[in-house]
Design a protein around this ligand. Structure first.
Ligand code: NAD
Length: 476
């Protein structure tokens, strides 16, 4: 008997796409047009470092231009290759469609271990990579807008925007060429935390769906739920932090590169994060138990499993051992197509990546709009909103005094009611709204169609339908 082969990341995405389109009635040819990746550009460039020229390989893949600009992060990792970049670009197309961010899908990557270089060297490498992409309009406010991904963050985005501005000195919209920038370089409040925050909002919305909860055999609220998270980077750290500090979840396992920590009483996310920053990993952390084979902790008994590191970690080799009834894919592609089948058959509910980690691109969309409008959100309305609220408070106090009832508005209420929304509050409100609406669109398909058994297929159906409508409207 032949052992079934694990598909590549790109094949996994295609298989999941195929499962969904089999349930649709798309015109001939359109299905293929949506599935294929439009173009992938490979660049090899040299940078003089430590007295010699080192050659790097990078990619920028454009999956679908049914809307422009196209959007997708830039990843710095040794694992970067064409198959991975194309799979991630395809996911971006479906993700943007699902959360109604008006972009096509793209992704970029540089094959590099950023920890091997100091800051100055990384700046040289990033600027050179950006230069190669900018001169081909693969970074451009109206055509292709990157963002951070694994191994990159605000710092790299600041170098990229500066490089673009140097090469396009008269482009008034230069800042919109990339998102995820620091605030002082044209960024937006709440972008760093956005993907983790989106994971939190997605889980909250899932816990408001009684039929979904029943399918996962979960009851109650997020309070007290046992969570295992893999990857304490940007996404995993913020998701675990917010879920433990604001929703009462217990983080019973944290998996990092060098091993994992487990503690049934719950780990202190902030303290573990500080430890990993200072020591380069979780080993030696004074609380909890250290497990050298970190990946084994994915199989730990828990209520919610959050893979937030890299793709393919839940595969045909370990899917049968996963005990969590609910997996939320904070990373892109953490569950392979083979594992997805095994988990579905076990009754495990998976909140799919294209929805679960869409918080990043959602807030990137807000940042891009902010850059194009050249004004911070809330700047015009905030004080006007405050003065109108003040009018209501004054009137209530006058009425209460006049009538002799003597009601008092509590100081806490007054403070909160009188404060006009700043940019961070507006961003969180827009993100929460986006995550709720996108969940409801998947939920409707999931619960109402007998031929749709899982959330991933529902997500693909919703998003492919939107991409297809867009192509049809263009006459393609
Ligand atoms: P990051 O580089 O900030 O963090 C990744 C973390 O995973 C690091 O702490 C790293 O040490 C850890 N890690 C790496 N290999 C590991 C392994 N084998 N086992 C356990 N831990 C490991 O990256 P990120 O931005 O948090 O991205 C994580 C995932 O989320 C990726 O799949 C990315 O595509 C996805 N994502 C990120 C964003 C974003 O806004 N940053 C948005 C959407 C999706």
């Amino acid at each position: 008997m032949s052992i079934p082969q694990e598909p590549s990341f790109r094949e996994s995405v295609d298989m999941m796409f195929n499962r969904a389109v089999a349930l649709m009635d798309l015109p001939p040819g359109l299905e293929e047009k949506i599935r294929v990746c439009n173009a992938t550009y490979t660049v090899r460039f040299g940078v003089r470092l430590r007295g010699q020229i080192q050659t790097f390989t990078g990619y920028r893949s454009v999956h679908s231009e049914h809307m422009e600009p196209v959007k997708g992060g830039i990843r710095f990792s040794l694992g970067v290759n064409q198959d991975e970049v194309e799979a991630l670009a395809a996911l971006m197309t479906y993700k943007c469609a699902l959360v109604e961010a008006p972009f096509g899908g793209s992704k970029g990557g540089l094959c590099i271990d950023p920890r091997q270089y100091d800051e100055h060297e990384l700046e040289q490498i990033t600027r050179r990579f950006a230069y190669e992409l900018i001169k081909r309009d693969l970074i451009n406010p109206s055509q292709n807008v990157p963002a951070p991904d694994m191994g990159t963050g605000e710092r790299e985005m600041a170098w990229i925007v500066d490089q673009y501005a140097r090469m396009n000195t008269t482009d008034i919209n230069a800042k919109a060429c990339v998102t995820g920038k620091p605030l002082n370089a044209g960024g937006i409040a709440g972008r760093v935390e956005a993907t983790g925050r989106g994971v939190q909002y997605a889980l909250r919305e899932f816990f408001r769906d009684p039929e979904g909860m029943e399918k996962a055999a979960l009851t109650g609220t997020l309070d007290g739920k046992r969570v295992v998270v893999q990857g304490l980077g940007n996404v995993g750290y913020h998701a675990a932090k917010f879920l433990s500090e604001e929703d009462g979840c217990k983080i019973v396992g944290i998996i990092e590169r060098d091993g994992a920590l487990v503690d049934v009483k719950g780990l202190n996310v902030e303290a573990v994060r500080q430890w990993t920053i200072n020591h380069g990993g979780v080993a030696g952390y004074p609380d909890g138990t250290f497990v050298e084979n970190g990946a084994k902790v994915l199989e730990e008994d828990c209520d919610i499993l959050i893979p937030a590191a890299l793709e393919g970690v839940i595969n045909m080799g370990n899917a049968a051992n996963i005990k969590a009834p609910l997996i939320i894919e904070a990373a892109n592609g953490p569950v392979t197509a083979g594992a997805d089948t095994i988990l579905r058959e076990k009754g495990c509910v998976i909140i799919p990546d294209m929805y679960a980690n869409a918080g990043g691109v959602t807030v990137s969309y807000f940042e891009w709009v902010k850059n194009l409008s050249h004004i911070r959100f809330g700047r015009m309305q905030r004080r006007q909103e405050e003065s109108r609220h003040q009018l209501v408070v004054d009137e209530l106090e006058r009425l209460s005094g006049d009538s002799g009832i003597g009601w008092q508005l509590s100081p806490n209420f007054k403070d909160r009611y009188l404060r006009g929304a700043d940019e961070l509050e507006l961003v969180r409100s827009g993100l929460d709204d986006t995550m709720r609406i996108a969940y409801q669109s998947m939920r409707q398909v999931w619960h109402e169609r007998d031929d749709v058994e899982d959330l991933r297929t529902a997500a693909y159906l919703v998003s492919i339908d939107k991409v297809a409508s867009s192509y049809k409207a263009k006459g393609l």
